[in-house]
Design a protein around this ligand. Sequence first.
Ligand SMILES: *Cc1c(COP(=O)(O)O)cnc(C)c1O
Length: 386
Amino acid sequence: MADASRGVPLLDVNRDNRPHREEFIEALTEVVDSGRFLFGPDVTALENEIATYCQVDNAVGCASGSDALLLPLMALGIGPGDEVIVPSFTFFASVSCITRLGATPVFADICPDTFNIDPEAIRAAITSRTRAIIPVHLFGQCVQIDRICQIAGDRDIPVIEDAAQAIGAAYHSRPAGSWGSVGCFSFYPTKNLGGMGDGGMMTATDAGTADRLRLFAGHGMRPRYYHQVVGINSRLDTFQAAVLRVKLRHLSDAVQDRQTNAERYSRLLKDSHLVAADQVVLPTVDPNAFHVWNQYSIRVGEGRRDALRAYMSERGIGSEIYYPVPMHQQECFTHLDFDRDALAETERASQEILNLPIFPSLTEAEQSRVVDCISGFYAAGAKAAA
Ligand SMILES: *Cc1c(COP(=O)(O)O)cnc(C)c1O
């Protein structure tokens, strides 16, 4: 009973990292002693390991997931007058990479069951000015990337996969980041492969593409002090690469833990009779997808999401809303022109979604407390109504 009153954190990075502490210290000590804080051997080794993991021939490290999205657009020469199709229901960086270059984001709506961009909405959004498509594998589940690549391929439009939340995910057994011309990854600490700071990686099947990404990430400089193009400074540092190599060795286990946690939530929520259109709607797994569960996202119906979240918060149960304000409703994008009616599912998702704790070392007892708390909320509501 005492246990039931204890809270549950949304995330516990320390608990996830603790078992690997000795490995981290050993790897970091080597970097300290080597003195090679940039372009150290761990960076090249991690690039090769990520390329293998994602079943592509090339991977290029960079400073963040945000840069991993910006650099391919720079390398394509995208700028003013160009359009890039992207979901509005995503993290800001999927869109800011477009506007930073003076290009125009064109928002496509999502599929209500997976929260992922709808291939038909992409098809409808294509114009003669479309220069790229950025599908986002949201929450660790791939978009219908086969259909999207077909729609794009028929028109020779490059696909840049935002796989920031989806390292290790796959569609029809083919990894996220291996379908498009470039795959973009983030090592932000809360991602499935999280570093101890910022970091990012771009995967590419084509060696020429990878070479161009590397050029743009290094000030466009080649050879030294001769600048072919105006690039940026975007490097993955050796410390992060050393940490990430340790974590990559344990990534499959962490993914399995997340999958176990997701199945357990779905079972516990069903057993508590909370699953109904007017209460809790469980996340849907596309049968073609290998879902890596960066987030476990329920929908809360009847406009009660914020009340449930407040109820949970008062009882120390962590949750988060990814994302409360879709990109087309952001203050900084008010000057953009878009069709709000065409983004109805995006707006509904932002009002209904609630993300529950799903980190790998979350315990079964903690998951029961989360579900008990949700039950408590609905029981209290039923009592109040009676
Ligand atoms: C985290 C994230 C990014 C940005 O990654 P950073 O490493 O934080 O710059 C981009 N897109 C999506 C969908 C993300 O979740």
